[in-house]
Design a protein around this ligand. Structure first.
Ligand SMILES: [Zn+2]
Ligand SMILES: [Zn+2]
Length: 216
């Protein structure tokens, strides 16, 4: 079982969302984003409960992505605070591709510089932002290691690649922070949309989950 109980997270979401929306309302944003923010502000308790349930189940309906994104951002803040309070020794592996802190799905993985080693890989949780160790050249979706290959937008030594698995026909992004220290797993997942567009025209399906790329 993950250390963080999502039902417990949900119980405090009405309060967290209200605080988040009050701050978000002061940010300059495009008209479409303001429209979505206003929709969440105007939502009833039942509608907000529906939004929390979807986001905490990692299921965002394609036809109402925009309001869910404000809720997803608020959930990320709440979950990250809960994860930061855990004893780092407490979470134990659940299975490949599942966050040991909150049970969430990985958005991507990063490779970091590690003294004496070639580079250690961490999967990055799309919900609570916990990083957990996963060995290199292993599918984050099915855990298989036998048919892994890599693609990128640029030829040569790209710092963001798609890790493809021929066993489950899925791919996830891998960011080489050991080659570019400024890479950040959530922001650069969104910033490297070109890789998603390249992969969208193939038979491979995206395995990494990132609410901010849904509908892109
Ligand atoms: Zn997590
Ligand atoms: Zn796989």
């Amino acid at each position: 079982m993950p250390q963080i109980d999502r039902h417990h997270l949900k119980a405090r979401m009405p309060e967290v969302l209200a605080l988040f929306l009050a701050k978000a309302a002061r940010i300059d944003m495009p008209e479409a984003a303001r429209f979505a923010l206003d929709a969440v502000l105007a939502a009833s308790d039942d509608e907000r409960d529906w939004l929390f349930t979807n986001v905490l189940s990692d299921k965002i309906p394609q036809d109402s992505v925009a309001p869910h994104l404000f809720v997803a951002a608020a959930v990320q803040v709440h979950a990250a605070i809960a994860a930061a309070a855990l004893n780092p020794e407490a979470p134990v592996p659940i299975r490949t591709g599942i966050c040991p802190a909150c049970g969430g799905l990985p958005s991507a993985s990063i490779v970091v510089e590690d003294k004496g080693a070639e580079g250690t890989r961490y999967a990055s949780c799309s919900c609570c932002q916990t990083l957990w160790n996963e060995v290199r050249i292993k599918c984050l979706c099915c855990g298989e290691t036998g048919k892994i290959s890599y693609r990128s937008v640029e030829n040569g030594d790209a710092v963001i690649k798609a890790e493809l698995c021929g066993d489950c026909d899925s791919w996830t992004k891998i960011l080489y922070q050991n080659k570019n220290a400024s890479l950040e797993q959530l922001a650069d997942d969104v910033a490297s949309l070109g890789l998603d567009l390249k992969m969208r025209d193939t038979e491979w399906k995206r395995g990494g989950f990132n609410p901010f790329l849904i509908g892109a």
